[in-house]
Design a protein around this ligand. Sequence first.
Ligand code: GLN
Length: 194
Amino acid sequence: MKLKIGVLGLQGDVREHIEMLQLLGVETLVVKLPEDLQLVDGLIIPGGESTTMIRIMKEVEMYEPLKEKINKGFPVYGTCAGMILLANRVKDSDQLTLQVLDVEVERNAYGRQIESFEVDINVPEFGEKPFRAVFIRAPKIVELGNNVEVLAKYEDAPVFVRENNVMATSFHPELTKDTRIHEYFIKMVEELKR
Ligand code: GLN
């Protein structure tokens, strides 16, 4: 059976992720309601505004079922604001998160002077060819749990991490033409489904 991957469609850059997933040949669904979660094999939480996204998630009563599902092994991938939503803690804030990834993040920690920037990063898993990472008011991982695997770093901080069924990037691969991170996620969903 073909994999079906959802993109959380409450707020943020949903379409770019859907397009990239379609390019890679998986079925897609824009997930807006808790019951949609039963129809997908994995979920991408896009970039956007984390405070708005978590508020809507509460309103549509998706917070509890999603958190529970992730704790039972459901594969998720958060980009940027999506990473904030997955993190255990937000630095200097009591902002609510799903608390399923053992990191502490600091919001808007890159580019206080500049809103966004692009940089080539090295992802050992992907071999020689660097990955063009687009950062937009991105969160920075300032603390990392022992079981969190670091797949890429930029300067001193991890920017691409995975803890079992939960992966996250500080940057936005859906805004480039490079599909390798989405392919990595699809492979992870496949493996966890077996
Ligand atoms: N700064 C946003 C937040 O804190 C994240 C920005 C993004 O997702 N591009 O929610």
